[in-house]
Design a protein around this ligand. Structure first.
Ligand SMILES: NC(=O)c1ccc[n+]([C@@H]2O[C@H](COP(=O)([O-])OP(=O)(O)OC[C@H]3O[C@@H](n4cnc5c(N)ncnc54)[C@H](O)[C@@H]3O)[C@@H](O)[C@H]2O)c1
Length: 325
């Protein structure tokens, strides 16, 4: 049996990962959802019942020592992720962890060292990289020269103390499309009248090492919830409306244009079995990819691939106006 343990049974675990684990176990019957863990016993118990885990715990080390799973998923609060993840890796268990893989460069480096030393499979769950419409965009652009990218991340009434942990999705997705590192980023902060100093809309101008240019609008206090992307390459223009928490753009759409011709139109629901959030937003695909990597003995880590995204998000947290690689 391929035994899976999950740690942290809060909002994200329940909306994104739990349904993904359930579908994976139904699709691959040699899988056992062995145990889940949360500091709050009621969270662990209800998660167990909702998604079909066999046992629940409040102490993750006890759980890992008793179950000895084949794979572990960590969906904990951002300020605890690196400490818990490092412990799990030191115990020698393959791990997928929710983004961000640290709040700053120091934390991510600590995790990368632990991952390398453990020699097990480690993945960071940046779900945009697995969102089917974004994966489809990448399939087109990988054979073309990306010249510019705009990413509009809109949220409504987001008064988070630290919105940078959400903006990292857009920062990382743009890097994923550009397929190389940012060289420089300039930041502009738009404070909102009547709100506290943490609440701001944020605008990034990035230049990539390839020469591609990116503009990101990371709008906490917008009119709706949406993520839209446009890309120009040497061949075509692309417009993508990402499905997002069943927003008005769901199930999403990708349009490819060359001159006056629409060469391709792909609707998000044509790429998946159903338009449930955990499928249209890539949660199933990122977990499945990790489990398959573990089963196939692919002992690589991809924490490093998220390092620059963390560094740029950390600039936002610190309200810096310039990043240089
Ligand atoms: N991919 C996305 O779109 C997305 C969106 C939101 C949040 N997230 C990420 O998901 C993660 C969790 O966010 P959330 O919104 O679910 O938070 P949450 O607070 O709802 O859930 C976290 C849970 O972890 C539990 N927990 C804390 N310490 C623990 C420990 N030592 N052992 C076991 N359980 C512990 C808490 O009791 C809580 O139930 C964060 O890393 C966040 O960045 C991702």
């Amino acid at each position: 049996m391929f035994k899976i343990c999950s740690i942290g049974c809060g909002n994200m675990a329940r909306s994104g990962h739990g349904p993904a684990f359930k579908k994976y176990a139904e699709t691959y019957p040699d899988t056992q959802l062995a145990a889940c863990c949360d500091l709050k016993i009621e969270n662990a118990e209800s998660f167990k019942e909702q998604f079909g885990f066999k046992k629940s715990y409040t102490d993750y080390k006890l759980m890992l020592n008793e179950i000895k799973p084949d794979a572990v998923c960590l969906i904990s609060p951002v300020d605890k992720t690196v400490d818990i993840a490092t412990q799990i890796l030191e115990m020698g268990y393959p791990l997928i962890l929710e983004k961000p893989p640290g709040r700053n460069k120091k934390e991510v480096k600590k995790l990368i060292s632990a991952a390398k030393e453990s020699g097990v499979t480690v993945r960071v769950a940046f779900n945009r990289r697995y969102t089917p419409l974004l994966a489809a965009l990448k399939e087109f652009t990988k054979n073309e020269v990306v010249r510019n990218i705009t990413y509009q991340m809109y949220r409504k009434d987001r008064r988070d103390d630290d919105f940078s942990t959400t903006t990292i999705h857009a920062i990382d997705a743009v890097k994923f499309i550009a397929d190389c590192d940012y060289k420089t980023v300039d930041f502009t902060y738009q404070q909102i009248d009547g709100e506290n100093k943490n609440v701001a809309n944020i605008y990034l101008n990035g230049i990539f090492e390839s020469g591609a240019i990116a503009q990101l609008s990371l709008v906490a206090m917008g009119g709706t919830v949406a993520e839209r992307i446009s890309v120009n390459t040497d061949v075509a223009s692309y417009f993508v409306e990402l499905p997002f928490w069943s927003n008005p753009d769901s199930p999403g759409k990708l349009t490819r244009l060359v001159g006056n011709n629409v060469t391709d139109t792909i609707y998000g629901d044509s790429l998946i079995d159903s338009t449930e959030m955990f499928l249209e937003s890539g949660f199933y695909q990122e977990n499945r990819d990790f489990f398959e990597a573990v089963r196939s003995g692919d002992y690589t880590e991809d924490v490093s691939s998220g390092l620059q995204s963390v560094e740029i998000a950390d600039c936002i947290r610190k309200r810096k106006i310039k990043y240089k690689k």
